[in-house]
Design a protein around this ligand. Sequence first.
Ligand code: IPM
Ligand code: MG
Length: 352
Amino acid sequence: MAEIDIVALPGDGVGPEVTDAMISVLTAVSHRYGHSFTVRSHDIGWAAFERHGTVLPDETLAAARTGPAVFLGAVGDPRAEGLSPSLRPESALLRLRSELGCFANLRPARVDAALAALSPLRPDLAAGCDLLIVRELTGGLYYGTPRHSDGVTAVNTLRYTDMEVERIARVAFDAARARRSHVTSIDKANVLEVSQLWREVVTRVSSDYPDVTLAHMLVDRAAMEMVMNPSQFDVILTTNMFGDILSDEASALTGSVGLLASASVGGSVGIYEPVHGPDPDLASKGVANPIGAIRTGALMLSHSFALHGEAAAIEEAIQRVLARGLRTRDIAAGGPSVGTTAFAAAVTEKLT
Ligand code: IPM
Ligand code: MG
C-alpha cells in the first residue's frame, strides 16, 4: 500500500474542473489498489492574485516544496492581458518550475487509434505519430538575464551552459532507451552560438548511449518534418523556447490539445501539468476535456510514486471509454458529447 500525497494547484480557467476530474479518477484508483490518497489544494495564478494579491502566494510555494508531487491545472486569464510578464499569472508557473528545479519537461504525443480521424494529418501519416518531447524547462530564453524593456528597446537573453545541456540530454537518451531508441535534437546551429554548444554537448553525451541513435535537426526544418513525416520522431530533445512551440504543434497532430499530459521533473518534487492552458472560453461550463488532466495524474503516479501498473490501468480505462464512443465536445467532431464530470465518471467505471 502506498501513500499518495499530492499538492493540487487548480489555478485558472478550466484548471479547477479538470483538476476535480483527475482527483476523482485517482481516488477511485487508490481505492481499487488499496492506497491512501490525500490532496492538499492551494491557490495559484489569477485565482491567487484575486484572493491574495499575488500570483504565487508564499504558502503555495511552501506547500509545493514539500512534494513529492504537484498537480497544476492551468494558469492564465484574459484580464492579465497587457501586464508585464513578471506580473502575469504565467509567471507563477515559471517561478515554480525554477524554484523546484524541474528542468526536464516530458510531453508525450501519440495519435489515439480511436481518434485518428480528428488529426489534421492524412490517416497514413497520423497513424505513425508517437513521440516524446523532452523540453529543457528552467533555462534558455525564458530565464536568461539581462532581461528588460524601456519601451523602445527590449532585451531577452538566450544562455545555456554545458551542464544544463548535458543533464537534459541524459534525460532524453534515458527516455529513448525505454522507447524506440532514437533521439532527434532540435536547434538552430546554423545561426546561434548557443545551438552550436548544444549540438556539441548532445553529441558528446550520445557516446555514452551507443544503443541510441542521434540525429540533429534545425528547428525550422523540424517544424516542417513534424507534419510531413511525424513517424521519424521518437524522442525530441530541445530547448525551452523551441520545445514550447513544437509541443503545441505536436499536440495539434493528435486532434486536440485537451488530450495531452506532461511531467516536469529533475528536482526533488515533480510538477504535473496537462498541456492545455486555461481556455477561458470553455471555463465554468463543465465541458472541458479531462483526458489530458487524467493522463497527467497517471504520469504522476508513475514518475513520483512508481505506481506503473496503476498508471497503465488509467490509460486502459481511457481507451475503453473512447472505444465505447464517449466524447467531450473538442473531440466529438460535431456529434453528441458529454461533460467533464460524466467523462471522468466513465473512466472510473471502466477501471479494472
Ligand atoms: C506551456 C505553457 C507555459 C510555457 C506558459 C503558460 C508559461 O505555454 O507549459 O507550454 O510557455 O511554458
Ligand atoms: Mg506552451
